[in-house]
Design a protein around this ligand. Sequence first.
Ligand SMILES: [Zn+2]
Length: 395
Amino acid sequence: NTAKKRETLPFQIDGIVINVNNNALFNKLGVAGKSPRAARAFKFSPKQATTKVLDIKLQIGRTGAITPVAVLEPVNVSGVTITRATLHNEDEIERLGIRIGDTVIVERAGDVIPDVAKVLTDLRTGKEKEFHFSKNCPSCLTKLKKLSGEVLWRCPNKNCPAVKRENLYHFVSKKAFDIDGLGPKIIDKLVDEKIITQAVDIFTLKEGDLIPLERFAEKSAKNLTESINKSKKISLSKLIFSLGIRHVGEETANDLADYFGSIDKLKKARKDELEKIGDVGPKIAESIYQWFNTKQNQKFIKELFTSGIEIINKKSKVKNQKLKGLTFVITGVLPTMTREAAIEKIRLFGGEISESLSKMTDFLIVGENSGSKLEKAKKLGIKTINEKDFLAMLK
Ligand SMILES: [Zn+2]
């Protein structure tokens, strides 16, 4: 009964506690270990389905990391059609013993990408194919490398076409240059037609370059060049984020922008200087330092500015320090504010925002369709608030 009701609840649950509804009896039953005998936890089975593995592919990310992915026969898991599941890394493939053609149980936990929970080896027909994890990049065939202490293989080729493409997607994405109308599909087209080969080329695109492309009407070409021009005015933090420096997420980019105030100063920063900032540790400092001290990247920055990039310094004057010393994490969709607007508010009032929950988190702001973060917050004893509570804190 509760399993059915679960779908309509405004929050996610992974189980219930069943109690004896009689105080006298409850007490009489006593305690075993730390938990009362009259209360029992009941866990729902996670949201699972059974399907077939059609193929296993290696996917390359922006940093060159290789993730194996299972291509699945489409299957519905709690209302969503799933065609892919992550296999995480080589070790996981070995652990599962998964083969192409296998029947598997896939599982969706919260809002994360589904993964393969179990391989049903009893259903094998003998036609399944073992998967050999190639040690060469699927895109450029360069020998893959694994850094010590890491589980992921990476393509070390700085000019790997697949990595370059992923970086282009990142460069134009919402939190970076935010170029309206320039998504992965159009990037793919522009790269395939060799109209662009690197990010800087985007800023020299003319309507005339776009119109000949298949299905590119005059109007959309005009709209795209307009939004490209608009994007040339960018805040320093977004520019830093767009560079795709390893370990530099939105929050770190913001801290770096606040601290250095210009790309020139950041460019010259020493490692020990970088380590003074926010959550930048030796690993992140090294990554930033290496990035700015690579010739190819220095040339890239130079070209960006010659192509007409202009930094707008919206030094958002901190209004007051009501949220000073407090760290927030947001999960789910807020009723009236966009996530970006909420983040801006937090910063404006002197607070910090983080992507993931930790002991340092003070508040989790919970919206609709919040995922596993809510449970984690409860486990860590972090206060959860809704949008209304949050706005009240600012008054
Ligand atoms: Zn490669």
